[in-house]
Ligand binder design. Structure first.
Ligand SMILES: [Zn+2]
Length: 76
């Protein structure tokens, strides 16, 4: 399976046996990041955390039906 990185638009050949590939195939909404972009983002995030101007927000918990509604309204 091929996946395009959402940041640099590089197309990668993914290993079909990997769990990540399976997840991506089953849920096309999930975005793919190539390892380089993932690494770059990780470094930026760590430096931001270390700068002290970064607050962790608890992820909002929404039910599956609410999520479905949200997706439906966004795709229309
Ligand atoms: Zn990339």
């Amino acid at each position: 399976m091929n996946a395009k990185c959402i940041l640099c638009e590089r197309v990668d050949e993914l290993d079909n046996r990997e769990f990540k590939t399976k997840q991506l195939r089953n849920k096309p909404i999930r975005m793919y990041l190539c390892p380089e972009c993932e690494h770059r983002i990780a470094i930026n995030t760590i430096s931001r955390v270390n700068s002290g101007h970064f607050n962790f927000h608890k992820p909002a918990v929404i039910s599956n039906s609410e999520l479905k509604k949200l997706i439906d309204t966004n795709t229309k």
